[in-house]
Design a binder for this molecule. Sequence first.
Ligand code: ZN
Length: 163
Amino acid sequence: MSEIVSKCDVCGSQHLKKFVDWKTNNTVLSYVICTSCGLVFLSPRPSSHDLENYYLADYRVEQQGTELPTDQKVDFERRRTIHLLQVIESHIPVIDVHLDIGCAAGELIIAVKKLYGCTSYGIEPSIAYRTYLDTELGIPTFPTLPDYIQSTTLKRKSWIWCL
Ligand SMILES: [Zn+2]
């Protein structure tokens, strides 16, 4: 079951506006942007319960036959990244921190980091993909958004503590 998202998962703002519709197969995915922090996300989106079950049910194995990133998957991501970069560049002039939720093999992170020179993080539920991102690409990657938020909160506290 899909649900309309009424507030930003990162900053809690309810200032959301339509970002882009993306046609894929027989579905149109609608993205909104939080005008307070810049988070772009799917809305409507499947419920948290449905998403958790989907990604726990061997999603990668079903999609590509293995848990690890394949050459075919990385190539698909590179082609998708070209399209996404065109959308991003036309809407967002500066990016200081990029958080890619559902970053898969990290192709979008690499491209955005290269283009904007920003600090980049990924969120990816797959252990095999997170290991690949951390060890092969050096991109800090977290299993969930709450894990990322907790990590950045801890860093902020440490930074303030140093003052
Ligand atoms: Zn926000």
